[in-house]
Design a protein around this ligand. Sequence first.
Ligand SMILES: NC(=O)c1ccc[n+]([C@@H]2O[C@H](COP(=O)([O-])OP(=O)(O)OC[C@H]3O[C@@H](n4cnc5c(N)ncnc54)[C@H](OP(=O)(O)O)[C@@H]3O)[C@@H](O)[C@H]2O)c1
Length: 384
Amino acid sequence: MKKILLLGASGSIGRQTIDILQSRREDFSLLGFSVGNQDNLIVSLITSFPEVQSIFLLNKRRIPELSKQFPHINFFSGEDGIKRLIESLQVDLMINALVGFIGLEPTILALQQGIDVATANKEALVVGGKLINEIIASGKVHLYPIDSEHVAISKALKGNEQTAQRLILTASGGPFLHLSRTEMTKVTVQEALHHPSWKMGKKITIDSATLMNKGFEIIEAHYLFNFPVDKIDVLFHPESKIHSLVYFADGSYLADIGPSDMRIPIGYALYGGQRKVGLPHNDLTLDSFPTFHFEPLDDEKFPLVSIAKEAIRIGGSLPCVLNAANEVAVYAFLEEQIPFLGIEEVIKWALDNAKVIGEPSLEELIAVDKMTRTLVTNYIKGKY
Ligand SMILES: NC(=O)c1ccc[n+]([C@@H]2O[C@H](COP(=O)([O-])OP(=O)(O)OC[C@H]3O[C@@H](n4cnc5c(N)ncnc54)[C@H](OP(=O)(O)O)[C@@H]3O)[C@@H](O)[C@H]2O)c1
């Protein structure tokens, strides 16, 4: 029986994780979880998983009422609340389904405490991949990706690491794949939130429309598989059924093909990188899906992929600046403060004006993140 802590239980990945945990009560016990603002889910989750011992929620005003109703459960909130949640439990696996920079500290803390981590939170790897890999190098803990592309690559690499030449991340291209740059100047928030093949949280949906998501995934793959950034490519594949590929020295490729259903990579991570029979998933019947398309990445139309590559080549604190600027810009776009292409412009400005720290500590990354957010927020206020 694997003891689980789930961060971000109320999100898109979190809810699909709950789906799997619920279908496999004999394999998992959920000892703790976190929610943000959607604390209306807490009672039903406790009912489904009566073994829950600790919960984090954003709104601390609800804690007295919940503590009265569930006196055997510890409730946490506030700035160090997620840290206290992690420290309050003895679990085998923490699933990080938080969105954004807030996922970094919990990942590092859990790994430092000897807890394996399955992470959907790619921002933690983008910002702190080097620190995370230093902990993993101890050999005592594992980090499992929950991203369809990275799960696809880890399946293809298994036992084949020595002959892998290139990693090829597939990209749907998002809703604006076939728009011109001029057309992109006018797109609305609603249009950007309409992803052609995946239903996800708002932030990653916008990252998919700008292709920042693919830039982040290159950095994620670089750290997860210790692969040079220049050997990681992006290939448009609008159907989102080939989840990524590895190109090998003998001239062949291995690909992972399946439905656009995140429960498959989540299940793979929950079982420590193994396929399991009978987990909930959609089916893809290939005879009813005869056509797969590929297109090369257009760097001029989607410059954020090469900007992300350049940020990781320079390294140090620059990927942290990239991530913080992107987070601020994406939420500003969602609130209609900046246009769609403003996201890219704001990121370029932040990177051009950043001072790079060579080997930042966690504390320095936290400071860089905070400072970048302030600078970028002021820049947006002044310019837009
Ligand atoms: N969705 C996908 O299919 C997918 C695929 C691959 C990778 N990912 C990655 O997985 C991560 C999660 O994505 P998602 O789509 O699941 O996002 P989401 O639906 O927006 O969920 C984010 C979760 O984080 C919680 N949260 C947000 N701000 C918080 C805060 N300040 N304190 C505590 N909790 C907070 C949210 O709580 P409330 O909702 O309760 O406020 C929610 O539970 C992202 O890094 C994304 O890039 C997602």
